[in-house]
Design a protein around this ligand. Structure first.
Ligand SMILES: [Zn+2]
Ligand SMILES: [Zn+2]
Length: 135
């Protein structure tokens, strides 16, 4: 059942749609929208959207603050996500690789992977190269 979307929720959703697959802390989002939505409304809507499964809460290392990732529709729900632990950048796994992985988990573990909910953590090429060039 479609719920009435408040203006606040709409503004928040528009903002998130421009930042698909980015890790955003609640305060980052609140700051970006501070001239349009009150902080408490941002936090309340984020919590609602998380409860509705529209927003993923990212368990961030050490930080006490809630960090969220917004999945953008079909492309996201059909993709495995690769997330860099260093810079927080999230990209979609190459589709063929993702399908092969999902299929082999299904065959070998008798387990159906929910692609849109799955994030694999590691280090992206940019961060790896940065480290290499420093040493
Ligand atoms: Zn995605
Ligand atoms: Zn990175």
């Amino acid at each position: 059942m479609p719920k009435y979307m408040t203006k606040q929720r709409r503004l928040l959703t528009e903002y998130l749609m421009q930042h698909v697959d980015e890790n955003l802390s609640a305060s980052q989002i609140a700051d970006a929208l501070s001239d349009q939505i009150s902080k408490s409304a941002v936090y309340r809507n984020l919590a609602d959207m998380e409860a509705e499964g529209k927003l993923h809460r990212v368990t961030s290392g050490g930080g006490r603050e809630a960090v969220y990732r917004f999945s953008g529709g079909q492309a996201c729900s059909q993709s495995l996500h690769l997330s860099c632990k260093k810079c927080g950048k999230t990209v979609h796994m190459q589709q063929q690789t993702a399908d092969a992985l999902v299929q082999s988990v299904a065959a070998n573990n008798d387990f159906t992977v929910d692609k849109g909910e799955t994030v694999i953590y590691g280090v992206c090429a940019a961060c790896r190269n940065k480290k290499a060039s420093l040493s």
